[in-house]
Design a binder for this molecule. Structure first.
Ligand SMILES: Nc1nc2c(c(=O)[nH]1)N[C@H]1C(S)=C(S)[C@@H](COP(=O)(O)O)O[C@H]1N2
Ligand SMILES: [Mo]
Length: 364
């Protein structure tokens, strides 16, 4: 597999910060297909993208296993391959719309993308290593590092899943993205994909899997990616896990103009908690109308949806979409504020303007 080591971002992304590199997907790039082209896939990094020599890179699998493994890319590619379409959404997607404002990357709506990932099932690798009794969690460690001294154990990206979670989500160790070797900014040569979970669990530049017998208490999962609310004067905390139900309007363009007459409203919707049950669309505050959903309902990947309607007069039109999943979770009218600004799945409103068609047949 060729090593891809350019850290560049093309013009296909909206830059949020250059160092570390953080970019969101332009909504216009999400029109059309289910998968997002690699050059348009959002990028979320806590540290600088590491330099990796694919030929020397190894994945170490150790801890509570009978046969510790040391695998190169060829070893992984020679194991049975699994292909999985999965949506990744950063838990901070939509943070920019919280009031009062929350510090952190100011994502609007484009910190979400979908790719077809190819790799090896983590269960397959763990089977080969052989779990010892008492094995409880898999800890994923990566090659990226904080520059200089970092407080509170934040110097390195680590995340763990219980073995039950590994089994339920059918975690993938992916080496290819949309049929290409993983681009360096998306974790070359190997990353974790946890279908249905917020992107944070999808550890990039994976170098080590340690099987441990105690709950792992890494900084990112115990301090950083946590919902925090103050309720009745008490602090409540809940770790970030599955993606909340959400929908996105991709067409027509926000602030765009449309002709009076038939109008197609299109978008995407997903939930990592349960497959979607429905998406409803409201035009200018009118009743919710059921949209048509395309593709297979799944907690792994978003689905496209469409509502065909008609615009009868000129002026401003507000479009809103609301997804509901099979667990009866639905999108809230207003964002649910939490201290670190995660999981904002509030209903999006897109405003457009309708005008009389330029070549009007009216009055003939
Ligand atoms: N090693 C490493 N893995 C990581 C991160 C990181 O900073 N370092 N960021 C995580 C977060 S918060 C998200 S949302 C996804 C983003 O994946 P992407 O950049 O391929 O879109 O990667 C996750 N995996
Ligand atoms: Mo994220």
């Amino acid at each position: 597999m060729a090593s891809s080591n350019s850290g560049e971002t093309g013009a296909g992304l909206v830059l949020r910060s250059a160092d570390p590199l953080n970019c969101e997907t332009p909504i216009s790039a999400l029109m059309g297909g289910t998968v997002t082209p690699n050059e348009n896939f959002y990028v979320r990094n806590h540290f600088r993208v590491p330099a990796i020599d694919g030929a020397r890179w190894r994945l170490e699998v150790g801890g509570l296993v009978r046969r510790p493994l040391r695998l190169g890319i060829t070893d992984l590619v020679n194991l049975p391959a699994q292909v999985q379409t999965a949506t990744l959404e950063c838990a901070g997607n939509g943070r920019a719309f919280l009031a009062p404002p929350v510090s952190g990357e100011q994502w609007e709506l484009g910190a979400v993308s979908t790719a077809e990932w190819t790799g090896v099932r983590l269960a397959e690798v763990l089977d080969r290593a052989g779990l010892k009794s008492g094995a409880r969690e898999a800890v994923f460690r990566s090659a990226d590092r904080a520059i200089g001294r970092h407080s509170r154990g934040a110097g390195r990206f680590e995340w763990s899943l219980t073995l039950d979670e590994v089994h339920q989500a059918d975690v993938l160790l992916a080496y290819a993205m949309n049929g290409q070797p993983l681009p360096i900014q998306h974790g070359y040569p190997l990353r974790v994909i946890v279908p249905g979970w917020y992107g944070v669990a999808a550890v990039k530049w994976l170098t080590e899997i340690e099987v441990v017998g105690q709950p792992f208490r890494g900084y990112f999962q115990t301090e950083k990616y946590v919902y925090e609310w103050e309720r009745d004067g008490r602090l409540e905390r809940e770790p970030v896990r599955q993606m909340r139900v959400r929908s996105l309007i991709t067409e027509p363009d926000a602030d765009g103009e449309v002709d009076i007459g038939p109008l197609a409203i299109r978008g995407l919707a997903w939930s990592g908690v349960a497959p979607l049950a429905r998406v409803d669309v409201s035009v200018s505050g009118g009743a919710w109308q059921p949209a048509e959903l395309f593709g297979q309902p799944s907690t792994c990947s978003w689905q496209r949806w469409e509502l065909l309607t008609k615009v009868s007069g000129p002026g401003r039109i507000a479009l809103r979409s609301r997804a509901t999943d099979g667990a009866e979770r639905t999108q809230p009218e207003q964002p649910e504020w939490n201290r670190l600004g995660y999981g904002n799945n509030a209903i999006q409103e897109v405003s457009i303007r309708a005008r009389r068609p330029r070549s009007s047949f009216a009055g003939r």
